[in-house]
Design a protein around this ligand. Structure first.
Ligand code: PEP
Length: 251
């Protein structure tokens, strides 16, 4: 039985004041005990959020990390060692905004994924196709290729301690959501790809859907056989909306 997971990606949002307010509001939400909840503030606010969520069950992660594990001369980057020291237990790798806008290659994504695991941080590997690729009928090929890179570099065993998030690029922040059937089809393909390497790991790994998830569409998406929760962007910035999505992942 896979424990549902709902993750909130706050992206490049927030000030110290608004982050304090959001954190405080999250403390007041009723989250179902069976759902694991994690938030990903900007790295600037990670320590504030870790402190603000002390004595709650909500985990904290970073939105990205350096490809190197330790410390060194890499201006502007944060390594997983630093993130772990700051209280992060999770990190997003390969978010489409990083792949498409900031130039993260498949090779970099693999390195970040492996760096996280080396430091005991759980990576959430994001994969997904653009609208052009979907319209060309390439969705499953694109996602399988992104996953294959990490599988080849990190090995199937690495996925025992990882999460994969399927996020169609055209659905992120656009208000367009994949239908539950569209999402399920890709999730099933991801699980099948992992199962070809190791059935037990494929059965145990949590696969999240991300892309304009809201309280209104969450339950239907999370009800699909291979969707184990969500990666939530915009709606995670409002505690009530995020709480409702987490409750939809329950029971
Ligand atoms: C995301 O950025 O990971 C995301 C899913 O965003 P949104 O929910 O706003 O589409």
């Amino acid at each position: 039985m896979r424990r549902p997971l709902v993750a909130g990606n706050w992206k490049m949002n927030g000030t110290r004041a608004s982050v304090a307010e959001l954190t405080e509001s999250l403390r007041l939400q009723a989250f179902p005990a069976e759902v694991e909840v994690v938030v990903f503030p900007s790295s600037l606010h990670v320590m504030q959020v870790v402190d603000g969520l002390t004595n709650t069950s909500i985990g904290v992660g970073a939105q990205d990390c350096a490809t190197d594990v330790g410390f060194g001369a890499l201006t502007g980057e944060e390594s997983v060692s630093q993130l772990a020291d700051a209280g992060c237990e999770w990190v997003l790798v390969g978010h489409s905004e990083r792949r498409l806008v900031l130039g993260d290659s498949d090779e970099m994504v693999s390195k970040k994924f492996m760096a996280a695991l080396e430091c005991g941080i759980t990576p959430v590997l994001c994969v997904g196709e653009t609208l052009e690729q979907r319209e060309a009928g390439q969705t499953v090929d694109v996602v399988e290729r992104q996953l294959a890179h990490v599988l080849a570099d990190a090995g199937i065993e690495a996925f025992e301690n990882a999460v994969v998030a399927y996020e169609p690029v055209w659905a992120i922040g656009s208000g367009l959501t994949a239908t539950p059937q569209q999402a399920q089809e890709v999730h099933a393909a991801i699980r099948a790809q992992l199962a070809r390497e190791d059935q037990r790991i494929a059965d145990g790994i949590r696969l999240l859907y991300g892309g304009s998830v809201k309280a209104e569409n969450a339950a239907e998406l999370f009800g699909m056989a291979d969707i184990d929760g969500g990666l939530i962007g915009g709606a995670s910035l409002k505690a009530n909306d995020f709480g409702a999505i987490c409750r939809a992942a329950g029971n």
